[in-house]
Write a protein that binds this ligand. Structure first.
Ligand SMILES: Cc1ncc(COP(=O)(O)O)c(C=O)c1O
Length: 438
């Protein structure tokens, strides 16, 4: 099952209504189907060798309750900033389960990460020099962190430019084609450099691109390990981080690639990465992954009450309580970012049929671009109905915008189609907004 169906969502929402969890003030609520999410993580783990570190991308879903849940399922995290590193430590992740990837780490941040023993992926040669300096400063102390370097495999751009990072030029990593010899020398000169890292892009990247990204680094790894074996007597690269980027489907009639298909293709292209690193006869390589969207997106959905309905010639508008605050990308770039929608009546029952005119879904913000979807075929929508926005579990709430000082909605998790609910985050109050702006 890749997407939650309207039936399942309607069932859970009716249970939330009956349990009194949707108060008058809850004009919008974000939900996570935790049972679905748990299954996603178990499926992910079953596709990879046992010793793989799955560093789920915090930026996709930084909710403390969800992070703790994935920790208990044996996952690590990928942190895009020092804020995310500290959030992960606060949530009980061991330093070695944290993959720190920011491309702009300061001296202090690097020192902190090295002292804690966080896994570091360096972005460029200047950062490598800084780390060298910091390690020299710490003298004889053993290096606690595993240290890798991010390499841009230059396999091309996906369909979404803003989230493609493996073109000829990228602001991330070291370009493989242009710097291959320098990269090999960097490994030969620095014994502490034991990891390789890549990330091709997020959503919009084809299976071929993702696999070839890993393939190109795999070839480089074999070459480096051949040379270090010859010169130093050991294979230096022992950690291989394939990043994230497996796309999901936002539409039930579009089949996504699927994790198993991806892993099968990776195994063919880079077989040496797929030994069980925890077994005695492994190939000496520990795999890491950094999935965000694939892990979280399909487990979450958002519901908003319809506050008003407007009828104009040829178009209707449902005025709802989420817009560019929660769905910035959707409002600014509908070509690349869109969802399925379901209309529920005030009791949570699915409405069917189609209204004569198409619908716009307009948010509450003060600019005309605050329309997350245009020209939708929907049933008749009335004041007091609810609009469900499907597949909002990744890169929505985490990209919340403070523009117009809106209150972040309540966030609820549930198990077994709504048999049990937990609160992941309470709806914000005025004190939260004052604190933000003070
Ligand atoms: C370095 C890195 N790793 C992992 C991810 C997660 O990507 P996705 O959520 O598409 O799996 C991203 C997303 O931008 C990233 O930049």
């Amino acid at each position: 099952m890749e997407n939650l169906s309207p039936d399942k969502i309607s069932t859970a929402f009716r249970k939330a209504l009956q349990a009194g969890l949707i108060r008058e003030v809850d004009s919008a609520v974000i939900f996570y189907d935790i049972s679905f999410l748990q299954k996603r993580i178990t499926d992910l783990k079953s596709c990879f060798p046992q010793g793989t570190l799955h560093g789920l991308a915090i930026k996709a879903c930084p909710l403390t309750g969800i992070m703790k849940l994935t920790k208990d399922l044996g996952c690590g995290v990928e942190a895009a900033s020092m804020g995310e590193v500290k959030l992960a430590l606060h949530n009980g992740f061991k330093p070695e389960m944290i993959i720190y990837d920011s491309p702009v780490k300061t001296h202090e941040e690097l020192e902190f990460a090295l002292n804690e023993g966080v896994h570091l992926n360096l972005d460029n040669f200047s950062e490598l020099e800084r780390v060298k300096g910091l390690l020299a400063k710490s003298g004889e102390r053993p290096v606690k962190s595993n240290i890798g370097i991010r390499i841009n495999p230059q396999v091309g751009l996906g369909t979404i430019l803003e989230s493609s990072v493996a073109g000829e030029y990228s602001k991330f990593g070291i370009p493989l084609k242009f710097k291959q010899e320098e990269l090999i020398n960097a490994f030969i000169e620095n014994d502490f450099l034991t990891g390789m890292h890549l990330h091709v892009g997020s959503q919009g990247c084809s299976l071929e691109m993702l696999v070839e990204g890993t393939g190109k680094l795999y070839d480089l790894m074999l070459e480096i390990n051949r040379r270090t074996m010859k010169q130093k007597g050991f294979s230096q690269v022992s950690i291989f981080d394939i990043g994230g980027g497996l796309p999901v489907s936002y539409f039930r009639d579009k089949q996504p690639v699927g994790m198993q298909t991806y892993v099968t293709a990776l195994k063919q292209r880079a077989p040496g990465l797929f030994f069980d690193a925890s077994s005695k006869d492994h190939g000496g390589i520990r795999l890491m992954t950094e999935f965000g969207r694939w892990a979280y997106t399909n487990s979450g959905w958002t519901v908003s009450r319809v506050e008003y309905v407007k009828q104009d010639p040829g178009i209707n508008t449902a005025m709802i309580h989420v817009g560019a605050d929660l769905f910035l990308r959707e409002c600014l770039n509908q070509k690349d970012w869109s969802h399925e929608y379901t209309v529920l009546d005030r009791n949570g029952q699915i409405k069917t049929g189609f209204a004569a005119n198409p619908w716009n879904l307009a948010g509450p913000l003060c600019f005309s671009g605050d329309i997350m979807a245009k020209g939708l075929s929907l049933p008749e929508v009335h004041e007091g109905d609810y609009v469900v926005i499907h597949d909002t579990g990744g890169y929505t709430f985490s990209m919340w915008s403070r523009f117009n000082s809106r209150f972040i909605p309540r966030i609820l998790g549930y198990y077994f189609d709504g048999e049990k609910f937990i609160q992941l985050k309470e709806r914000e109050e005025i004190e939260d907004i004052i604190r933000f702006w003070t």
